[in-house]
Each structure stands twice: as structure tokens, then as C-alpha cells.
Write a protein that binds this ligand. Sequence first.
Ligand SMILES: Cc1cc2nc3c(=O)[nH]c(=O)nc-3n(C[C@H](O)[C@H](O)[C@H](O)COP(=O)(O)O)c2cc1C
Length: 197
Amino acid sequence: MSNKLDGLALDQLFRTARTRNGWTDRPVTQEQLRELYDLMKFGPTSSNSCPARFVWIRSAEAKSRLAALAAPNNAPKILAAPVTVIVGYDLDFAEQLPRLFPARGKEMQAYFSDPLVAETTSFRNSSLQGAYLIIAARALGLDCGPMSGFSNEAVDSEFFANTRIKSNFICSIGYGSNENLFPRNPRLMFDEAGRFA
Ligand SMILES: Cc1cc2nc3c(=O)[nH]c(=O)nc-3n(C[C@H](O)[C@H](O)[C@H](O)COP(=O)(O)O)c2cc1C
């Protein structure tokens, strides 16, 4: 039996949570990032494929390498954030299925090894896992700043060379400041975004 979360928890996860463009100096430790991973990893993926792969950018040197490949408005945010994670997806994720889905792993490995199925599945599910990461970070009291303004090809060669891992999006993580915080933009109403059928 699950209970509905209280209003304060829902505020923290959704209603008052904001995408941050500025960061305080408060650090984020490796232990916090492990705790974050150990929470978000339980978010569901197709056949428990878990295709997302992560590079947690923490050093000044790695931040500079990533910032150099980002859009001009994103580069200073990467340099200022305590951490920016590259959320990637492994096109060879199916190799892990015998371990991740022991009941039918061999069959699933064969099915998901088809290149088109592998591409669609890994992009779809790594995007979901990136969303779980954002919500899990908020649940742990951290703020996020997701970004797709960077060269995927350049990031792939810089951080995923000689692998079959591709970058999806990047996300700064830390304790946000109100620097460059824009007014909250509206969202679509229920009836604009959907309908009952
Ligand atoms: C996948 C993704 C990519 C984004 N890319 C960028 C980006 O490259 N640069 C940027 O300034 N904001 C980027 N954003 C931030 C969005 O504009 C922001 O999350 C959205 O406007 C909602 O803001 P709010 O959470 O403060 O309401 C991105 C957000 C997401 C989820």
C-alpha cells in the first residue's frame, strides 16, 4: 500500500522545483551521487534494459572539456555547477540482459540486438532514466539544470570514444541559486494536452 505524498513533497518534486541556471558554491559529494544513482536506478525501463550510462563531470579539467563542446549560453553553467552528468545510452545494452532479466535474458538479448530496435529502445529508455534522475535528485534536496544545447558528436568523441555509448542530454546538479532564474512559464492545461477516450 502506498500513500499519496504530502503537498510539501509534491512541491519539492514538481510544483516549486525549477530548472536552475545558477549555482551556489555548496559542493556535491561522490557519496551523494552514488545515493542518487542508487535511487534513480529503480525507475522502470523496457525489459529492465537499463541502457543509460553516466559520466559524472566533477573536476575543473573535465568541466572545461565539456563546456568547450556546449552552446555559448550553456558553457558558463557547466563551469559553475558542482557536477554536470552526461546521460548517455549504450547501443550494446542488450549484452547485459542475461544478468538484468535472468528469466528470459537470452531471448531478449537476441531481440534487442537488432540495430533499429536497439537504437529506439536505448534512446527512449535513457531519456526516461534521465527524467528519473531529475526527480530523484529533487527528492534528495538537489537541484537540476538539464541541457541539450551541445554537440552530441563532439561529446561522444570526447567522453565515449571507442565505445557504442552515445550522449542523450546533460544535466547540471547542485544547489541552485536564483541567478538567471526566469519567471515560471505556463504549462498546457489537461484538456489541451490530452483527452479521454
Ligand atoms: C532535455 C532538456 C534539454 C534542455 N536544454 C536546455 C539548454 O540547452 N539550455 C537551457 O538553457 N535550458 C535547457 N533546458 C531547460 C528548459 O528550458 C527548462 O527545463 C524548461 O523551460 C522548464 O523550466 P522550469 O523547470 O524552471 O519550469 C532543457 C531542458 C530539458 C528537459
